[in-house]
Design a binder for this molecule. Structure first.
Ligand code: GAL
Length: 632
């Protein structure tokens, strides 16, 4: 499959007289795809039942006639104002019990059956009308599930649906009481109708209750999405997709992805830098105009897994955004770098958000490929360069990486419910592990926790997998590769209780977690010359070999054969020290890349990305600032 480009376009925002020229210029810039429709509900149905689809028919025709392929978005992220009058209780409710208001977007609760029916109705109208339209090359369901903290809703609709979910999952109230340990603090229930949502409790709610609610919420997103894909697939053969986000983990993306043919995600490297990457102020300053050098790559690898190999960037940052704490312009070259980085990780398409900067409403300050007056903005110039480069480059190629890193959304939920220390998160732990692998120049495949076949990998990592089911534990004992788990892997059973025998309870690995502690940010546990455990550490017992000790002499890593357990949240230097000898054993040569320089291998190409604002030297070569170098 050829690598392709695209953009996000809102025909409803512009005079019809502009559409044909926009389409012509989109084609001229080398773009193939144009995503439309995802927020257009009030223009398609200004009043209940009053349908006005003619303008969308015409827009699709104009874009298609110019040679573009349309990604048609369902408009369910933006129910119009009249919908709230019709279903006042469809509004999502925040953790403090406050209803979200109309006036932006994503104000619906996933559990509201009336709103679900409205969604089914509008999606059916879309699918029947455009399912066989030759210009519709793909579909997008809704827009960014989870954006603006809208996955979890504490509404009455959610409460009722949660009770039904509990009844279905646990069978009897006695079974639920036992699973959750409700004997503690007299929290036992007599019936499912007594169960409330785990917010506004006097002190923290039972973690088992909170985790069950997160699992329920995730299932609601899956079924909400499936409602749409079932309808679309009944009328259309075009692939379906959803645009996921950076570091939004409130639902199981793999399960949503199972109902879609393509995973896409919205990549805003500079937007993410300050509040999602978790970097210190110095790092933020260094990469203020580039974004974090590992954050995009991590999500490319994650969404390749979510998409079962097929994935795109649906929204690529083109210039300053409007929503980050600070919104500088990217360094010249970064739009090209970000685009190529996605292709290096196997993206089929990179679409820039948005075509023309909007002169009105919330995103006035968000750059586009064009200025509001239609004049070229810097992004389009770099997109044209990418157009010329991909014309001469090989097709999309995915190749198995030497390293596998398991990412489990359920573990993320369990850590969120019980972090055990301020600032500790599963995402943060896994991302630190990933950063270390990237510093060592390694390409990584992210795998889902249901993975059982690890053939071909040299190193398999499962840090922080709070609950590991028996099948995964068993599969890991069969792996020929080096296997690294811990900290907190297998620390809870599926109900969020401490399991017996004590963790990690892996056959053939004689290690027991004796005690755990969380650490103040200013009190890491030194690993000597090899970094530190920060935030969280464990004390281990057992007869396995101690292969690394803390500066105080406690076991930091213990191994039996090819399986190792890491007793803490290692920083990047710590992970490098832990993994280097294991990688050597596995026959992999590691690099020691300078900050900002990163490598990614495909079947036939090696890409070098310099996120730095200066030329950087490595291994006798010089890499320009904000540049991509492709060794074919
Ligand atoms: C995304 C969203 C778009 C737009 C964009 C601005 O999160 O999907 O609709 O708001 O951010 O950067």
């Amino acid at each position: 499959m050829k690598r392709t480009l695209g953009t996000c376009y809102y025909p409803e925002h512009w005079e019809k007289s502009l559409w044909a020229d926009d389409a012509r210029r989109i084609v001229e810039a080398g773009l193939t795809w144009v995503r439309i429709g995802e927020f257009a509900w009030s223009q398609l149905e200004p009043k209940p039942g009053e349908l006005r689809f003619e303008w969308l028919d015409e827009a699709i025709e104009v874009l298609g006639a110019a040679g573009l392929k349309v990604v048609l978005g369902t408009p369910t992220a933006t129910p119009p104002r009249w919908m709230i009058d019709k279903h006042p209780d469809m509004i999502a409710v925040d953790v403090d019990g406050r209803p979200r208001k109309f006036g932006s977007r994503r104000h619906y609760c996933f559990s509201h059956t009336g709103y679900r029916k409205e969604c089914a109705r509008i999606v059916t109208l879309f699918a029947e009308r455009y399912g066989k339209n030759p210009h519709v090359g793909a579909w997008q369901t809704d827009n960014e599930y989870g954006c603006h903290d809208t996955t979890i809703s504490y509404s009455d609709a959610a409460r009722d649906a949660f009770r039904a979910w509990c009844a279905d999952r646990y069978g009897s109230i006695e079974a639920l009481n036992t699973a959750w340990g409700n004997i503690f603090w007299s929290m036992e229930y007599n019936s499912f109708d007594q169960i409330d949502l785990p917010n506004l409790t006097v002190t923290e709610p039972n973690p088992a209750h909170a985790l069950a609610f997160r699992r329920f919420t995730s299932d609601q997103v899956v079924s909400f999405n499936r409602l749409q894909t079932d309808i679309i697939k009944a009328h259309s053969k075009a692939p379906t997709s959803h645009n996921y986000m950076g570091r939004i983990t409130d639902f199981d993306h793999y399960k949503v992805g199972d109902d879609l043919e393509i995973a896409t995600w919205d990549s805003y490297p500079m937007g993410f830098l300050e509040d999602r990457v978790g970097a210190d102020a110095a790092h933020q300053k260094t990469f203020a105009r580039q974004g974090d050098p590992d954050f995009q790559a991590f999500h490319h690898d994650l969404y390749r897994a979510v998409g079962k190999g097929r994935w795109w960037v649906m929204e690529q940052q083109p210039g300053p955004v409007n929503w980050a704490p600070y919104n500088p312009a990217p360094l010249p070259g970064m739009v090209r770098l970000w685009s190529w980085e996605a292709f290096a990780h196997g993206a089929e398409a990179v679409c820039y958000f948005r075509w023309r900067q909007a002169p009105m409403a919330q995103e006035q300050m968000h750059a586009g490929m064009l200025r509001p007056d239609g004049v070229d903005a810097p992004a389009i110039v770099e997109a044209r360069q990418v157009r010329d480069e991909i014309a001469a480059a090989p097709d999309v190629q995915n190749v198995q990486a030497p390293v596998a890193l398991i990412f489990d959304y359920d573990a993320d939920a369990a850590w969120a419910v019980q972090p055990h220390g301020a600032g500790l998160s599963y995402f943060g732990l896994v991302f630190d592990t990933y950063k270390a692998l990237r510093r060592m120049g390694l390409s990584v495949d992210i795998l889902r926790p249901e993975q059982r076949d690890f053939d071909g990998y040299k190193l398999v990592l499962g840090p922080g997998l709070m609950h590991m089911d028996a099948g995964l534990k068993q599969a890991l004992t069969q792996v020929k590769a080096q296997v690294v788990i811990g900290p907190r892997s297998g620390a809870r059973d599926q109900n969020m209780n401490i399991p017996l025998p004590l963790p990690p309870a892996i056959d053939g690995l004689d290690v027991v977690v004796d005690r755990v502690e969380s650490l103040r940010p200013d009190s890491p546990v030194s690993l000597g010359n090899a970094g530190a455990f920060t935030g969280y550490r464990e004390l281990l017992e057992g007869t396995a070999d101690v292969v690394l000790r803390t500066a105080q002499g406690e076991a930091a890593v213990m191994s039996n054969g090819h399986t190792s357990y890491v007793a803490g949240w290692a920083d990047v230097a710590g992970w490098c020290a832990i993994l280097t000898p294991l990688l050597e054993k596995a026959g992999i040569t590691v690099m020691d890349l300078p900050d900002g320089l990163r490598v990614r291998d495909t079947a036939t190409e090696r890409f070098w990305f310099n996120y730095g604002a200066e030329v950087v030297q490595y291994d006798g070569r010089a890499f320009d600032a904000a540049s991509v170098t492709r060794d074919a």
